[in-house]
Design a protein around this ligand. Sequence first.
Ligand SMILES: Nc1nc2c(ncn2[C@@H]2O[C@H](COP(=O)(O)OP(=O)(O)O)[C@@H](O)[C@H]2O)c(=O)[nH]1
Ligand SMILES: [Mg+2]
Length: 325
Amino acid sequence: METRVSALAKKVRSRDRVGLAQALSLAESLRWEDLPQRVALLQALGSVPPTAYRIGFTGPPGAGKSTLIDALGAYLLERFPEAHLAILTVDPSSWRSGGSLLADQTRMRRLAAHPRAFLRTFASGGHLGGLHPRLYEALTFCEAANFTWIFIESVGTGQSEIELRYACDFFLYVALPHGGDEVQGLKRGLMEALDGVALNKADTLSPTDLNRLLFQFETALHFLRGGEPFVLPVSALTGEGLALLWEKLEARRPTPAQQATLRQEQTRYWLLRYWQEALERWLDQTPQGQLRSQLLHHLQQGKPFWALLQDIAQAFGLYPPAPTS
Ligand SMILES: Nc1nc2c(ncn2[C@@H]2O[C@H](COP(=O)(O)OP(=O)(O)O)[C@@H](O)[C@H]2O)c(=O)[nH]1
Ligand SMILES: [Mg+2]
């Protein structure tokens, strides 16, 4: 195993497509049986100083995230002939064979065919509402492959929206201008987490509508965040605003020291997720873990709520409560 792993590590470091795809499949696996292999690979890659600029793109389905990534990515790869770009799309709402993952691939036509771009889609991993539980490892592998930028696309649903923040250096919200009250639809938690807003499909808006939307976003963000996150109209279709968007993203790129601190916080987050996952797995094998299905069964049979509460507390040795002195 040792030599196979070090051979794989070498391939990853040299950005070999097959090797990288193999490493990412390993990252995608949710089987604990595969953990030793992942651990060995991470170990073989050693500690990788963060060099890639990770940008997370979130927003409602149809906002144009994939199209924007394709346009921005193609623009960047042309401008920087030495650069390499990795794109991970993580779609919590669909499965590998599902339609929207394929849609992402077809929306990224330019990047899909580009020799310096690497595209990979991640299934949901069955994790309800959250990002793929192994995304962190996948990103570590991409970082070891020395990509200049890593773009992460995630559909904005529930928890994953905010969670993306723990995967990237910059958290960009791609807004879809319907002409309604877009800002109202944004959850407060999301407003607090995002670093910038790209108002996409600016080509479909009249100047009046565009100004109204910009004003709405700027006011809301100013109120919440002192106006720190930017709001920028762009069009992934016409390319309008892309150069300026990149200028702004580049200006917000964290320094290596800031990036190291950020990664430390992010590692803490993913570590606790692992802990939670292991805990649940462990719990399922204990009598207390099995109690869960018994409780639901008893509830269905009409056992009163208070009696079920008693059962829970008793199972964990909490009933009657120990007297506090
Ligand atoms: N008019 C216009 N259409 C766009 C723009 N960006 C994306 N679209 C279209 O919006 C639809 C959804 O785009 P897609 O990138 O798949 O959205 P995603 O679900 O956020 O990834 C597609 O039909 C795109 O062609 C844009 O800037 N202007
Ligand atoms: Mg998409």
